[in-house]
Design a protein around this ligand. Structure first.
Ligand code: GAR
Length: 222
């Protein structure tokens, strides 16, 4: 099977990036991470990329319009012939211009069960709201933040004594499963967008192949 080329956008410490680098290097996914781009100069995600010999770019948003900033990002992604763009903790809203250029080839991971708790603190917002179950979601990006067609979801229980960080930590472990699985489904050509719904074409199941957490509910397609 031919391997797809993935470009990653990340603003932070990059544990999701690490999960997909590891999945790529171990052959769990038919994808190579060919470039990592950050809007934050000191994002640890850039260090992680360098450690694995992956080109890492800081694209400074300062003094630029959103489109100017994104044009630079777009040029880098095209230079590396990226097949799929992955938002892995990228905390900047992308413009309709950028999204239209990549629609169907740009995905994101969010630490809540969308459409609940969009935004930059999905875990804290879920805890404060008092939900008993939250989780994480991968989705195709569209012109509205945290809104595009949903690919995979997994549900995580909120415990009585959870803090924002303990909950975030449990969700993160599941994110590290969902994101590589989503990339693999894309690489296998098994994701079909039908309006708001994403049909997952038949094939293998990671539930049967790899470890899962007994108290997490994984959606069909995982
Ligand atoms: C992850 O929890 C990701 O879901 C979240 O940021 C974190 C990045 O962690 N993304 C969002 O909240 C997007 N709205 P990481 O840098 O360790 O991968």
């Amino acid at each position: 099977m031919t391997r797809i080329k993935v470009g990653v956008l990340a603003s932070g410490r990059g544990t999701n990036l690490q999960a997909i680098i590891d999945a790529s290097e171990s052959g769990k996914i038919d994808a190579d991470i060919v470039v990592v781009i950050s809007d934050k100069k000191d994002a640890y995600a850039l260090e992680r990329a360098k450690k694995h010999g992956i080109p890492a770019y800081f694209v400074d948003p300062k003094g630029k319009s959103r489109e100017e900033h994104e044009k630079e990002i777009d040029e880098i992604l095209r230079k590396y012939n990226v097949d799929l763009v992955v938002g892995a903790g990228y905390m900047r809203i992308l413009s309709p211009w950028f999204i239209r250029r990549w629609y169907g080839k740009i995905i994101n991971i969010h630490p809540a069960l969308l459409p609940s708790f969009k935004g930059t603190d999905g875990q804290g917002d879920a805890l404060r709201y008092g939900v008993k179950i939250t989780g994480c979601t991968t989705h195709f990006m569209d012109e509205l933040p945290d809104h595009g067609p949903i690919i995979l979801q997994a549900a995580v229980k909120v415990k009585d004594d959870d803090t924002r960080d303990s909950l975030a930590e449990r969700i993160l472990k599941v994110e590290h499963q969902l994101l590589p699985r989503t990339i693999q489904l894309f690489a296998e050509g098994r994701l079909k967008i039908e309006g708001r719904r994403v049909k997952i074409l038949p094939g293998d199941s990671w539930k049967e192949k790899y470890e899962t957490y007994p108290d997490v509910l994984y959606c069909e397609g995982y």
